[in-house]
Design a binder for this molecule. Structure first.
Ligand code: NAD
Length: 356
């Protein structure tokens, strides 16, 4: 597969990842190489990765953080900054983030801020990180229940997608990543959506191609609008309600936390319903999207009380301006509409539709 050029980096695939990474190390000669992993990628991905990285005389230090969204915090960043400092990392040091979106988001933020910025490379190991989190330069951490509230936009040098890491990814995490691929179809390309929702006709070997197509879509959008002034907002389809739902389930002890993609799938269903009311999405496409998403994602119970708190959480959404919540909705599959304003009554109606 050909590499993909982003604004400041290049995305490489499979064996080319190691050729290019090793070239990069040889030509830039980092003073030290740091690899950030989480508990799982330490066990499942690191041994295989180390076998293929040629670091020569350069010292390699591995830093491990606990896995899971609840650890995407400033406290963990402090631990990583301190570790970098203790190991005498300097501005010529390189940080490699080997993991899912939590590791690439947090590691990218740590690298962007340590000594005002050191170079970093993302090696995504989850499907979600491959098709979404590792591309586009958004880095950061959560602030309590507020998703990605703290962060900077700063691209790494290389994104290396080795799809063989997916061999050990649990099935529910594969499904979670699939939500973002579905989103790419819904906001950008109806044909891609159709392929994804008729996957029984495809062989698993087609997954590489589908990941590639998703990265192309994400990259086209972020290249045109790196700082989310306009077009990039379309990537937030399903995320306004999805993030609020994810935060709510993460923070409430009586709820089982949802995976990012599971929350986004609910958000997409709700926002698809809103699209029929606000910007003319047809009933036919509502049904198509509904069936397509529910093929992969089961429904989750969201009580009336939950709905109230979730709606309150919308006030913290980063797309809001002057206190008004702005949604990305769909006029049709592949045709998003930015900055839609929706009443709370309609959101409650969308929850009723979702429960029905
Ligand atoms: P994650 O990083 O928590 O990974 C999911 C789980 O899979 C973790 O337990 C991890 O340890 C495990 N794992 C990862 N790779 C594995 C492998 N190859 N084998 C076995 N286990 C493996 O979560 P995620 O779903 O990858 O990413 C979600 C995060 O990404 C969220 O924090 C979200 O905000 C962020 N995100 C960022 C962007 C962006 O543009 N920066 C876009 C979308 C999502």
């Amino acid at each position: 597969m050909d590499s993909i050029s982003t604004k400041n980096a290049t995305v490489y695939f499979n064996s080319e990842v190691y050729t290019e990474l090793n070239n990069y190390i040889k030509t830039t000669k980092p003073s030290k190489i740091f690899i950030l992993v989480d508990t799982n990628t330490h066990d499942y991905c690191l041994p295989k990765f180390l076998e293929r990285v040629e670091s020569g005389e350069i010292a390699v230090e591995v830093m491990e953080m606990p896995n899971g969204e609840e650890h995407k915090t400033i406290d963990i960043c402090t631990g990583v900054w301190e570790a970098l400092s203790e190991y005498n990392a300097d501005r010529k040091s390189l940080l490699i983030n080997l993991g899912g979106g939590v590791v690439t988001d947090l590691g990218g933020f740590v690298a962007s801020t340590y000594m005002r910025g050191i170079p970093y490379i993302n090696i995504p190991t989850s499907l979600l990180a491959m098709v979404d989190a590792s591309v586009g330069g958004k880095t950061g951490v959560d602030l309590g229940a507020l998703k990605n509230q703290i962060g900077v936009i700063n691209e790494g040098k290389i994104v290396g997608i080795d799809t063989s890491f997916l061999d050990t990814l649990p099935q529910n995490e594969m499904v979670s990543g699939f939500a973002e691929m579905l989103k790419h179809g819904l906001i950008y390309n109806k044909e891609y959506w159709n392929i994804l929702t008729h996957l029984e006709n495809l062989d698993i070997s087609d997954l590489d191609r589908l990941i590639y197509d998703s990265v192309i879509i994400k990259n086209k959008v972020v290249t045109e609008d790196p700082r989310e002034q306009g077009l990039r907002k379309i990537l937030n389809f399903g995320h306004t309600l999805g993030h609020a739902i994810e935060s709510y389930f993460l923070e409430h002890a009586d709820k089982t936390p949802l995976l990012h993609g599971e929350a986004i799938a609910i958000g997409m269903l709700l926002e698809t319903y809103l699209s029929t009311k606000i910007c003319g999405l047809s009933q036919e496409e509502l049904d198509i999207i509904h069936t397509g998403i529910l093929k992969t994602f089961s429904k989750v119970e969201i009580t009336k009380q939950d709905q109230k708190v979730i709606i309150d959480l919308l006030q913290y959404d980063k797309k809001n301006s002057h206190g008004v919540v702005k949604f990305v909705l769909l006029e049709a599959i592949g045709k998003p509409k930015l900055d839609c304003v929706v009443s709370n009554t309609l959101i409650l109606e969308a929850f009723d539709y979702y429960a029905s």
